[in-house]
Design a protein around this ligand. Structure first.
Ligand code: FES
Length: 177
């Protein structure tokens, strides 16, 4: 096991020998965009190695301090420190929860919640049903994007095995509890 330190957000995860950097970050609940599902084609999972060394999963090419690498294509061969290159996924904003505390007391009549779970985004709207007006709304990137930018890529990830299928199924509810 190697320790991977993410300097950008001061977190640490452990990485098993031969495990891709992307997978070990995911197991540590650190999420990067990975629209290609981790096959090395989208280049969205790029990170910068600050300390330590990684090697390619399919060869022995080594990368170290100062190198930018695709997290899905490399595995650590020592303890590693890295930085993000603008690809960290953002979490759900809390506009709706803020509305609940500040405005809901003055609203008469039933409320409805509209949730649109799309391939790339999840939108939530709080609606006053009598007037059919939107009280507040928010949206977030669908966290399944880290397993593929489209449905077919995600299906390919889910077909890798039972563990991958469960990870994908639990991805949305688990991330927003
Ligand atoms: S290149 Fe797409 S996830 Fe790594």
């Amino acid at each position: 096991m190697y320790e991977v330190k993410v300097l950008s957000d001061k977190s640490r995860v452990l990485c098993a020998q031969g495990q891709s950097l992307l997978e070990c970050l995911r197991h540590g609940h650190i999420h990067l965009e990975a629209p290609c599902g981790g096959i090395g084609t989208c280049r969205k999972c790029k990170v910068k190695i600050v300390e330590g060394q990684v090697k390619t999963l399919t060869g022995n090419q080594l990368f170290g301090s100062g190198d930018s690498v695709l997290a899905c294509m490399v595995t650590p061969v020592s303890n590693v420190s890295l930085k993000w290159l603008e690809n960290r996924m953002q979490g759900m904003q809390s506009d709706v929860a803020e509305t609940e505390t500040s405005t809901l007391g003055s609203i008469n009549g039933p409320l409805g919640l509209s949730v649109d779970i799309g391939t790339t985004g999840i939108s939530v709207a709080l609606i006053q049903l009598l007037t059919k007006s939107i009280i507040n709304q928010t949206s977030v990137v669908n966290p399944q994007v880290e397993f593929g930018g489209d449905v077919m890529t995600r299906a390919g990830y889910a077909n890798k095995g039972e563990d991958e299928l469960k990870i994908l199924q639990k991805c949305c509810p688990k991330r927003h509890q």
